[in-house]
Ligand binder design. Structure first.
Ligand SMILES: CC(C)(COP(=O)(O)OP(=O)(O)OC[C@H]1O[C@@H](n2cnc3c(N)ncnc32)[C@H](O)[C@@H]1OP(=O)(O)O)[C@@H](O)C(=O)NCCC(=O)NCCS
Length: 139
């Protein structure tokens, strides 16, 4: 199996990404345009492909100095347990030297623990206004 890890977003088919996420039940409601905006506005991204098919994503929000947050970590179900998400995390975190990296996980804690992450007590969260309602969906 030929897995490639792409950092360049130039040729990403955002409609395909959205359809795949819906099919794999990991879609959080973003339109294809909002997915594109999310990825383009990230500090760094990694998309895994098998041939031309998107099979994994991960991306980083960071100030480039001290704080980073990792989101959208996902591997297409039939390609799981082959090291794809670990490799994406390795590629992204190698570029975050010296930074405190935070992320949220509910039922995949052990995946991140294997990568050296440690639980930190009490994250706090709030959706401001209505989920996904902002200028990203006025395009
Ligand atoms: C979590 C997820 C990204 C892992 O992707 P993956 O490509 O299968 O991960 P890897 O193959 O690199 O896994 C490496 C190891 O992490 C652990 N691991 C993998 N998935 C796990 C999970 N869901 N829960 C706990 N541990 C997990 C296993 O020990 C695994 O080793 P093994 O395959 O020898 O058992 C994938 O299951 C997924 O997309 N889940 C749905 C989306 C999601 O919950 N993402 C995380 C949001 S915080």
């Amino acid at each position: 199996m030929n897995i490639t890890y792409k950092r360049d977003l130039a040729n990403v088919d955002w409609e395909e990404m959205k359809a795949t996420l819906i099919k794999d039940k990991f879609h959080n409601g973003r339109t294809a345009e909002q997915l594109k905006t999310s990825f383009l506005n990230s500090y760094s991204t990694c998309i895994a492909y098998v041939d031309e098919e998107i099979v994994g994503t991960a991306r980083v929000l960071s100030d480039g100095v001290c704080n980073a947050y990792i989101v959208d970590v996902w591997t297409l179900t039939e390609f799981r347990h082959q090291g794809i998400a670990s490799r994406m995390m390795e590629i992204l975190t190698d570029e975050l030297q010296g930074q405190h990296v935070y992320l949220f996980s509910d039922d995949t804690v052990d995946f991140y623990k294997k990568l050296g992450f440690k639980e930190q007590p009490t994250g706090l969260a709030k959706v401001i206004g209505k989920w996904l309602v902002n200028k990203s969906n006025l395009k």
